[in-house]
Design a protein around this ligand. Sequence first.
Ligand SMILES: Nc1ncnc2c1ncn2[C@@H]1O[C@H](COP(=O)(O)OP(=O)(O)OP(=O)(O)O)[C@@H](O)[C@H]1O
Length: 270
Amino acid sequence: MKTELLKVNHLKVQYRDHKISKDIISDISFSLKKNHCLGIIGESGSGKSITCKAILGLLEKNFDVKGDVVFNDIHLLKQDKRKIRHIRGKEISMILQNPMTSFDPLFTIQEQMTETFIENLDITKKEALGLSLKALEEMHILYPKDVLKKHPHQLSGGMLQRVMIGIALALKPSMIIADEPTTAVDAINVVKVMEEFMRIREKHHTSMIFVSHDLGVVSKIADHLLVMKEGEIVEAGETQHVLNRPSNEYTKYLIDTRNALVEKFYQVVG
Ligand SMILES: Nc1ncnc2c1ncn2[C@@H]1O[C@H](COP(=O)(O)OP(=O)(O)OP(=O)(O)O)[C@@H](O)[C@H]1O
């Protein structure tokens, strides 16, 4: 049985603007197995977000994307915009870093959630409303009926991020790409949101790519890790193996930095 859901082969991304041309992703290859979670770590600017967006055809025109991205036997980079939009709604959900850009400021959360659910799940308006409420409750959002009536600007970044995660999880796609999904969420809710991700993974066998610069968060959920630096993969392997026996100096640095932070935290809180 074929176990690979996503295969990325020799992905290269170049940024072009007038005379400037810059290599952003050098030449990376990796795969994601069904029911697995791949964590991508690396410091700011290492190319994590660009990799995710390139896979889903979400980069603007001035990015030149080369290579092969195969999802369930479909070559994503060769599909037209309409087909890829369809796959993105039904099969792959993306949780972006900046939740504000994912919502339309003119419509209420209810309008946007129900529309997404009706379009992608083929359900009635009443069912979509029920699902919207349930999705917010599962994200531990208090007063979900009130939240549904709000416009995006009336909610905090953390709240919007939880709404976005709620939508993505409710769609039950075969794959979720989550790009720093917990950055805007406060510490208490990070734990709850992470638990929700793990619950969905277990219940629906959703495959995930989970991007973060926080090694602690990623290592809780990922089976495999990719470590990125300056647009290249510098280390890849099983999460525990990478954490316990890192072979690359940069990975060691990330682990040491994380350990020092945790130690400092315990010193401060006693
Ligand atoms: N819209 C853009 N135009 C030009 N260059 C960009 C653009 N977006 C990102 N880059 C460049 O691409 C490189 C990779 O950026 P990317 O956003 O993928 O990093 P990242 O690892 O996701 O960092 P972060 O954790 O801060 O999101 C960086 O050098 C960045 O400056």
